[in-house]
Write a protein that binds this ligand. Structure first.
Ligand code: SF4
Length: 293
């Protein structure tokens, strides 16, 4: 089979810094090469493209952190660091911005009728239960504020069993609002997960988290995105994953294809070239467009 060698980091054009947000001083060292930067939170409830008929099943988003240490190679949200002018392709997982005061901001904003009927998705561009949450509990504080309101429609998307630390809070939220948890998992193969999602929990731990949430009456589903050609798109594997999630207690399954953005390309291409060179052909045309853009 003809195997395409994909362009790597150094082949990509660099772009000028465009960000205006102050980066905040680095706080400590959290593992090999990750720094946290504490920043004051100015806005926390964002409007999603769905609000303008963009097809997303939520109208607003809340992202307690910016960047994500879990570091999925395909993560479409890497563009949020590129906007800041942080052009190191790995900055997304190595510089995590902690939004201090996000909970107060949420409480303040929700008093405004403007958000009546809002469908708020927590964790659309970061994982709200990534490792930083152990230290900062920004997500927990936000949920505590949300629990004071009723009639909200909330969803939380995560790959982390750390969400179980907030089980009592989730139960409190679910009593007054509609709450859904999306547990994100793209494969039952732990090797695939290690290559694509370097710091994510194992498939087994995520299935156990689904089971625990379901047992306690929290509505939880499997978020099977992205499905990536040549890597996790084997229909039999997908079926096994769906079956395992449903057996664990998943009430639904959301599936979706990959939204490969330019900011993710250097990281994804390196992973492909290292671990799945035979899958590179699927991405040759896309690589061409991304590296030309
Ligand atoms: S866990 Fe989510 S936000 Fe974090 S790197 Fe992975 S896909 Fe991106």
């Amino acid at each position: 089979m003809f195997v395409t060698q994909l362009p790597l980091l150094s082949d990509l054009p660099t772009r000028p810094a465009t960000g205006t947000m102050p980066l905040g001083p680095p706080v400590g060292d959290h593992g090999a090469d990750v720094v946290y930067r504490e920043i004051p939170c100015k806005t926390i409830i964002g409007r999603s493209p769905g609000a303008a008929g963009g097809g997303y099943p939520f109208s607003h988003t809340v992202n307690p952190y910016r960047g994500c240490e879990i570091g999925c190679t395909y993560c479409y949200a890497r563009y949020t660091h590129a906007y800041l002018g942080l052009d190191d392709p790995f900055a997304f997982e190595r510089q995590v911005f902690v939004k201090l005061g996000a909970d107060r901001r949420v409480a303040h904003d929700l008093r405004d009728d403007h958000f009546a009927g809002a469908e708020i998705a927590i964790g659309t561009a970061t994982d709200p239960y990534q490792p930083a949450e152990r230290r900062y509990r920004v997500t927990r504080r936000i949920l505590e504020k949300l629990a004071a309101f009723s009639g909200l429609t909330l969803s939380i998307t995560t790959k982390s069993p750390l969400i179980l630390d907030d089980l009592h809070l989730l139960l409190r939220l679910a009593r007054k609002s509609t709450l859904t948890v999306h547990m994100s998992l793209i494969s039952l193969d732990a090797d695939v997960i290690r290559r694509l999602e370097p710091k994510a929990a194992t498939p087994q731990k995520r299935l156990e988290a689904i089971a625990c949430l379901a047992r306690h009456g929290i509505r939880v589903g499997l978020f099977l995105m992205p499905i990536i050609p040549g890597i996790n798109d084997d229909p039999r594997q997908i079926e096994r994953l769906e079956t395992a999630a449903r057996r664990a207690g998943a009430a639904f399954v959301c599936k979706g294809r990959m939204n490969l953005r330019k900011a993710a390309w250097p990281v994804f291409a390196r992973m492909l070239n290292t671990h799945y060179p035979e899958a590179a052909n699927h991405f040759a045309a896309r690589a061409e467009r991304l590296t030309r853009a």
